[in-house]
Design a protein around this ligand. Structure first.
Ligand code: SF4
Length: 358
């Protein structure tokens, strides 16, 4: 490599708790393709120290679909856009408690560590909270799975209700840098999002907060995002890759280059050595044949698709984890081998068809 810091030295410093310099982050994002394996190896050194060869599966449940009043330019669930095709155009009521519990049973059967209930809203109504909290209590009583909610902006009282119902983690992404945020969202600010993450933590929940690569941001924005998340000290960082939806302002944007996607994951790992780092939405379409390589920097994935789009089935993901020599981590940290045959019949929600792994 043509830099003054080798990738292995970057890994050593990351493990020692040193935050990579902006210059080093740039070097990672612009590394030549010949360095990809060495870079992944360095990122894996960091990941292995904190996470071994463990991979956790997370399952999303779109509990309330569409007609969101916010205008996030990447999102097909905004009422401000005219999403087409497989994108939802009208608001569905929040799912029932029974439907949410049934989703958790599917996630548990897929051997997921975590089940995340998501609503397309600016923030949760009192009725939404009633349903999500009751579902959380029932799921907790019935099965061993960790629970996350992603319900938009919180208040202190709403955060307290969720925490006391057994929601142990709250997701609210910063999405991109503070500088670039106004280019894609106008109905709330980046600071509003930071505030909600802080409220979730203050209520005793762990925090899941990440972003999207490929919105039109530059490398500095991506580095700003990674560093801002480090400063916020979040517990989990989902890194999504834009899968531009028809009818949204970002429709037609190209997928992120797969080599760049891997370098972005490595950069996030060096900045977040201990964090639960997830290769999230857009994984299948962006990485294609390189998906398994994302397990070297990242230690978790979503399985069975995303909020409005399909993804790899649980069977395909178990197969990838097993074939790459990793193992599953369940709720509570227990590990076991991935087992594609055991999850082959777990149903995928109807509106999220499975995509092949490659
Ligand atoms: S707040 Fe969430 S659901 Fe609403 S438009 Fe933004 S990303 Fe989509």
């Amino acid at each position: 490599m043509s830099t003054d810091v080798s990738w292995s030295e970057l890994a050593r410093r990351s493990l020692a708790g040193e935050i990579p310099s902006r210059a080093d982050c740039h070097r990672v994002l612009t590394a030549p393709v010949e360095d990809t394996l060495a870079l992944l190896d360095a990122a894996f050194t960091v990941r292995r120290h904190h996470w071994g060869r463990r991979v956790s599966l997370h399952v999303l449940e779109n509990a309330k679909l569409g007609a969101c009043p916010e205008d996030c330019g990447f999102c097909s669930q905004s009422s401000k856009h005219h999403a087409e095709g497989d994108s939802p155009s009208g608001e569905a009521p929040i799912e029932t408690v029974e439907e949410l519990v049934a989703g958790a049973r599917r996630a548990h059967a897929a051997r997921a560590k975590r089940y995340c209930m998501v609503t397309a809203t600016r923030g949760p109504s009192s009725r939404d909270l009633d349903v999500v909290c009751e579902a959380a209590r029932r799921i907790r009583a019935e099965m061993d799975i960790e629970l996350c909610a992603s319900l938009g902006l919180l208040t202190e009282a709403k955060a307290a209700r969720l925490a006391s119902a057994g929601i142990d983690r709250f997701n609210h992404n910063l999405e991109t840098s503070e500088r670039f945020y106004g280019e894609v969202v106008s109905t709330h600010t980046w600071r509003d999002r930071v505030h909600t993450v802080q409220l979730a933590r203050d209520a005793g929940m762990s925090t899941c907060c990440g972003g999207i690569v490929g919105l039109g941001e530059d490398d500095d924005d991506l580095i700003d995002l990674a560093l801002a998340l480090r400063e916020l000290d979040v517990d989990s960082v989902p890194v999504n890759f834009l899968d531009a939806r028809p009818g949204t302002p970002l429709a037609g944007r190209d997928l992120v280059d797969p080599q760049y996607a891997l370098r972005a994951l490595c950069m996030f790992r060096f900045v977040h050595p201990r964090t639960d780092l997830r290769v999230a939405g857009g994984r299948e379409l962006t990485l294609r044949a390189l998906q398994a390589m994302a397990l070297y920097p990242a230690n978790s994935i979503f399985t069975q698709g995303y909020l409005t789009t399909g993804g790899a089935s649980a069977r395909a993901d178990h197969e990838m984890i097993r074939d790459a020599g990793f193992e599953l981590e369940l709720a509570g940290g227990e590990t076991l081998p991935a087992d594609p045959d055991a999850v082959a019949t777990v149903p995928t929600p109807a509106r999220r068809p499975s995509l092949p792994v490659v």
